[in-house]
Design a protein around this ligand. Structure first.
Ligand code: RUQ
Ligand code: CUA
Length: 623
């Protein structure tokens, strides 16, 4: 826990950076941009306790995107200790994710294993606008996939690839009545059909909004849109999802994409889309059977709200009243009143801009906004390297012409924040205790580690009247986003259930071979295929050696009989790129070709016992 930064700030009064900001802002006086600026205040008022002593437990789980590492990380708050990593789109050397048969079966659902993934947005399933602790859903921008993580075991249990589109980016869940759908945006426009015929005909390029059935993990429907979709969020009525949409110009190059002063926030009318799918009013593309609804301009399923310029984050306020679109290239965010969207769809409003009730000017590069449940919003300012705290109702009053200052405080963060997230802030239970700023650059904040720098995930106490920076957290591979959930919402299993679906097909295969996994230690030979079944109980495997022939395809299946919490075993076969985790009462299996004659030791790679080093055996490969 680093208290250094704050105490240094407090001592020096004005840091070099504040000084530079103050000078820069002096130059802006009279341009309007300086208006509303409040000097970075010293923390005032009562604040939360940040110290988590050794042996104490954190109050919140943070689920962190591992960015281009393709994984999810669990971080405790407020300690910011990393608790666990969940491999998802990556191949993992510790657990054998992407190497074991069970994980390959999950990855095959998404067309993988691929060697990489680019995971941006982890979000938890909800019931009635509250986290229900069941699943996390995450996107893979790199290979157009969506995955689901089961929160009882914290393992990925389903991965799908989304057809007809490229680069799944923004992802959020339906909040109300429950997470029936996972909403996700495909970002890149591609020719449709994308069969190699078109490169330069921009009129053929399209992208789609996607709804995934959260239980079945199948794409339920897609909606064709104008422009490029970016981020998305859902309302608290179960009626609308709203996505930011840039490149209203439909261009394929950068200057073209930035021409227009306004792009859109696109609203998707879920009941109307569902009715159209039910009535068969859809098309399909290629081999895919997924219903596609035409939601381009003029369709009755969508509403295109003009907002300034290349908007990025889209965040529903925790009271359920507003969608807020973050301006990115404009210093503003746009406040959209959700009840007025009802009026627009009912034909009572003529102009789409009539649903806009505020457009506060906040600073340069607003990307994402989070909420404290007390009427305040916290927006990241990428270019200004700040978080701005502002009051939503005051911003709405100011839009009507009242002379009110809606800006409450600007806090320097280090540096260039992308996402931010408050505790429980994307639900009805927003509790206004902590805010995390996912700062994209760390520059001078840590010991230098070479040209590649870590990012800096900063913990900010927002429980008092002013924000207070309390911790710097270096993180590897850009954590785009995180979500923060109170520990009361999560119940994990201590040991595996023997009938867990994640290894069910291995159990079926063993049964076919006449094997009782909980007691048998046997080798089954079927032509060139060899199946080795063994148990493990610290510090031994149920078998100390087995013999195969050169060229055999060998499948080793290990069942961990230990039922003591935390006694995980592993199985690593020397010189074969073979590794797996076998936690208490789990069964794991791995298949490889034994192509090197000789003796090969296999060993347990998770420390399990005083005789852990001795937990090993031999495979003899006969020439
Ligand atoms: S995005 S920096 Cu991939 Cu979530 Cu906004
Ligand atoms: Cu079993 Cu180490």
């Amino acid at each position: 826990m680093s208290k250094k930064d704050n105490s240094e700030n407090e001592k020096s009064g004005l840091t070099r950076r504040q000084f530079m900001n103050a000078t820069a802002l002096a130059g802006l006086a009279g341009t309007g941009l300086g208006a509303g600026f409040i000097p970075v205040a010293q923390a005032k008022g009562k604040h939360s306790k940040i110290e988590v002593a050794p042996g104490e437990l954190d109050e919140y789980y943070g689920f962190w995107s591992g960015g281009q590492s393709g994984e999810v990380r669990i971080v405790g708050l407020p300690s910011m200790r990393e608790l666990m990593r969940i491999p998802v789109f990556n191949i993992d050397s510790a657990t054998g994710w992407g190497i074991t048969n069970e994980s390959k079966e999950v990855l095959a659902g998404g067309g993988g294993p691929y060697p990489n993934g680019d995971l941006h947005h982890p979000h938890m399933s909800m019931t009635d606008g509250r986290y229900d602790g069941k699943y996390l859903f995450v996107n893979d921008k790199a290979n157009t996939r969506v995955a689901r993580i089961r929160c009882d075991v914290m393992k990925t249990d389903k991965i799908i690839s989304v057809p007809n589109v490229q680069a799944i980016h923004g992802l959020r869940v339906q909040k109300v009545p429950h997470t029936k759908y996972v909403f996700c945006n495909a970002e890149f426009r591609i020719p449709q059909p994308n069969d190699g015929r078109d490169l330069n005909d921009a009129s053929k390029y399209r992208t789609m909004f996607n709804a995934i059935d959260a239980e079945k993990m199948e794409v339920a429907w897609q909606v064709l849109v104008d422009g490029n979709l970016d981020n998305t969020d859902a309302d608290y009525k179960g009626k609308y999802a709203c996505s930011t949409c840039y490149n209203s110009e439909d261009a394929t190059d950068l200057p073209g994409m930035m021409r227009n002063e306004r792009d859109w926030a696109v609203v998707f009318n879920i009941p109307l889309i569902e009715a159209a799918v039910k009535a068969g009013k859809f098309t399909t593309l290629g081999d895919s059977k997924v219903p596609i609804i035409d939601g381009r301009h003029g369709s009755k399923y969508t509403m295109y709200i003009p907002v300034p310029k290349s908007p990025h984050g889209l965040n529903t306020t925790s009271d359920g009243k507003y969608f807020i679109a973050n301006g990115k290239l404009s210093p503003t965010v746009t406040i959209i009143e959700i009840d007025k969207i009802d009026d627009w769809f009912a034909g009572k409003l003529k102009d789409e801009r009539d649903v806009v009730v505020g457009e506060p000017e906040l600073g340069l590069g607003p990307l994402h906004t989070a909420y404290d449940g007390r009427g305040n919003a916290y927006t990241t300012l990428f270019i200004d390297s700040q978080i701005v705290k502002w009051n939503i109702e005051d911003a709405i009053k100011a839009y009507k012409g009242d002379k009110v200052n809606y800006i409450r405080q600007k806090l320097d963060v280090m540096y260039q924040p992308g996402h931010n997230h408050t505790t429980m802030g994307e639900t009805r239970d927003a509790d206004g205790k902590w805010l995390v700023s996912l700062s994209k650059f760390s520059k001078d904040r840590f010991l230098p580690v070479g040209p590649l720098h870590p990012e800096n995930d900063q913990l900010i106490d927002i429980s008092g009247e002013t924000m207070k920076l309390v911790h710097d957290g270096p993180a590897f591979a850009e954590p785009h986003d995180c979500m923060l959930v109170h520990r009361s919402k999560i119940k994990t299993m201590k040991i595996w259930k023997r009938d867990d679906p994640l290894f069910a097909s291995t159990v079926v295969r063993a049964k076919k071979h006449g094997i009782v996994l909980e007691k048998d230690n046997k080798v089954i030979r079927k032509g060139n295929k060899v199946y080795v079944y063994m148990t493990s109980t610290a510090p031994t495997y149920g078998m100390d050696h087995f013999t195969v022939k050169k060229g055999n395809e060998v499948t080793v299946t290990v069942t961990n009989l230990d039922q003591i919490e935390d006694v995980t075993h592993g199985f690593t076969m020397s010189n074969h790129g073979v590794v797996m985790e076998i936690s208490p009462h789990e069964t794991s299996s791995v298949t490889f070709v034994a192509d090197k004659p000789g003796v090969h030791w296999f060993y347990c790679q998770w420390f399990c016992h005083a005789l852990h080093m001795e937990m090993r055996g031999r495979m003899l490969v006969e020439a």
